[in-house]
Design a protein around this ligand. Structure first.
Ligand code: 13P
Length: 211
């Protein structure tokens, strides 16, 4: 995919997320790795519903800003994923309501706050999605904590903040962020009930088949 095509896809997918309420105001940021090893990332304080392709921030392979508007203050959050996960080609960070609600539960299981309820959550997000402790948005101290958690997980949930999801491609990362939000909704709907979770064998089968 050319850089121009990637810019157009980023505008389109971000606009779709915004239109469906996965992001409000200037919340959230999205990055994608380019074929030359550099990155595109949404500008700081930009609205995912109104991105302009030519203004998207351009970073070089060392994450230095080399073009477009000033990049998201969460560049290091994205860098943590690209550094920890060689296969990651895109990273999506949202403040989507249901996942963020789970991120605010004081009794959430920090190792895996959203249980394996459905196949598509496991297929898109993976075996587990750990909770990373709270940091102020834009705090660079978050980077090592995210990198450590991302070494063993395609996505993490930032306490009281929201999800960060990686994927091999931009489309994969967006699909995973959407599936995560649905899984969080189900987890909240079923809170206090006794849902039938996927078994370890079913999760292993999904990961072996689709992982
Ligand atoms: P930016 O506008 O700097 O990308 O920050 C938005 C955000 O979601 C912070 O977590």
């Amino acid at each position: 995919m050319t850089e121009a095509e990637t810019r157009a896809l980023l505008v389109s997918l971000a606009g779709s997320l915004y239109a469906r309420g996965f992001s409000v105001g200037s919340a959230g940021n999205i990055s994608v790795r380019l074929e030359d090893g550099g990155y595109l990332i949404t500008p700081t304080n930009s609205c995912l519903g109104r991105l302009e392709a030519a203004r998207i921030s351009r970073l070089d392979a060392a994450f230095a800003h080399i073009g477009g508007d000033k990049p998201s203050k969460e560049v290091f959050m994205h860098r943590a994923f690209y550094t920890a996960r060689a296969e990651a080609g895109a990273v999506v960070h949202l403040h989507s309501t249901m996942a963020t609600a789970v991120a605010c539960l004081a009794d959430a299981d920090a190792d895996n706050p959203i249980p394996p309820l459905t196949p598509y959550f496991v297929m898109r997000v993976g075996r587990r999605m750990p909770l990373v402790p709270y940091y102020r948005p834009g705090d660079p101290a978050m980077e090592p904590a995210i990198a450590a958690a991302a070494a063993d997980a395609r996505a993490v949930l930032l306490a009281n903040h929201g999800p960060v999801v990686s994927g091999r491609t931009l489309t994969d990362a967006v699909y995973a962020a959407e599936e995560l939000e649905e899984a969080a909704k189900l987890a909240l709907l079923l809170r206090g009930a006794s849902p039938r979770l996927l078994t370890g064998a079913q999760v292993a089968d999904l990961l072996a088949t689709f992982g």
